[in-house]
Write a protein that binds this ligand. Structure first.
Ligand code: ATP
Length: 320
């Protein structure tokens, strides 16, 4: 009996671990509102993502059925989208994020900002218009390759019930400990990690050490730095952070976004000042667009939001 018990017990542990991992993934997908309805076309090619020199495959000539991408410009062309046909969420939205630049999106809650991010990551397909990466319609290429090319720092990062090292290395499975530490240093979370009793082996997540919103976001930034994707989506947390933490997160964000094609969904206007272009969304329409200076000079919605935030000491406030 005991002989049978041990393997069964082991299987039970294994089952619980697998189930927990699946629960984590389910939660992550639920958080990202993932719908599993978007499918690749048969024989869809992959976007070719060159790896940094010295990392073997990816250098030299691409394998078959891949599309070389020479610049990671993102374009939304006349995009109209509804989750439910009875309610259109985005109306004829067009903008371009030139390779290596940042476009910021601001606007009231529910105006469609995160929907833009979900469409770029291709959780859903657009009903009209198209979204291109490097000139390729995202519907014509392998989803997996689109997702390899994009790093997301979400509002609320879900951590796996595993070590902090695992949680960062998830950005690039197989990364060495040194690489994990480098990413953690760049995301300014290394000192915090080494101050915990278990260091990089500290268990985090629901069953481990609870991290603050800001700490979790830094883990997500470290993960993304390690992944080193050409495209970045940063969904700024709405919850008010203290100003020292906010400045630190902004600095990390700038590090992460350097030379990356970045879609920044912003709640604090102080983070968008340097953006190549700022889109002001309202009820799924782009109602104003331009640089920070041009929008202030225009004296419209953005200028009013800016004045309101200045009065609130930079905290996120609803759009004016
Ligand atoms: P916030 O600033 O609060 O994050 P947002 O501008 O990012 O808001 P979205 O999350 O893009 O807004 O949502 C736009 C609209 O789409 C909202 O009215 C929302 O209720 C609706 N919506 C979002 N996700 C879904 C979904 N999965 N199914 C149906 N409607 C949805």
């Amino acid at each position: 009996m005991i002989q049978l018990y041990i393997p069964l017990n082991f299987l039970g542990v294994l089952y619980r671990e697998i189930k927990q991992s699946l629960t984590d993934l389910d939660r992550m997908f639920a958080l990202m509102d993932r719908e599993r309805e978007v499918a690749d076309r048969p024989n869809a090619p992959a976007l070719f993502l060159p790896l940094p020199p010295g990392e073997g495959q990816g250098e030299g000539a691409p394998a078959s059925n891949v599309l070389p991408v020479s610049d990671w410009t993102v374009r939304f062309e006349h995009v109209t989208f509804a989750y439910d046909p009875a309610r259109v969420i985005l109306h004829d939205v067009s903008f371009e994020i030139p390779a290596g630049k940042t476009v910021a999106v601001v606007g009231p809650s529910g105006s469609g900002k995160s929907t833009l991010a979900r469409l770029l990551y291709r959780f859903y397909d657009v009903q009209q218009g198209r979204i291109t990466i490097g000139g390729h319609d995202v519907r014509d290429v392998q989803q997996a390759s689109v997702r390899r090319a994009i790093g997301i720092v979400p509002q609320d990062t879900v951590l796996f019930n595993d070590t902090v090292e695992y949680n960062i290395a998830y950005g690039r499975p197989g990364a060495s400990r040194t690489e994990v530490e480098e990413a953690a240093r760049a995301a300014r979370i290394h000192d915090f990690i080494t101050s915990t009793p278990g260091g990089y082996q500290t268990m985090v997540g629901e069953r481990g050490l609870k991290l603050s919103g800001g700490e979790k976001q830094r883990v997500a930034i470290a993960r993304t730095l390690l992944k080193n994707p050409p495209i970045l989506i940063f969904d700024e947390a709405t919850s008010a952070l203290d100003s020292a933490n906010e400045r630190a997160i902004q600095a990390e964000l700038r590090t992460a976004a350097r030379n990356k094609t970045t879609l920044l969904i912003a709640h604090r206007l102080s983070t968008v000042v340097d953006a190549h272009e700022i889109l002001v969304m309202e009820a799924g329409h782009v109602v104003e667009r331009g640089t920070h200076e041009a929008l202030l000079a225009r004296g419209g919605r953005y200028a009013r939001m800016w004045q309101l935030q200045q009065r609130h000491g930079g905290d996120a406030v609803p759009a004016a």
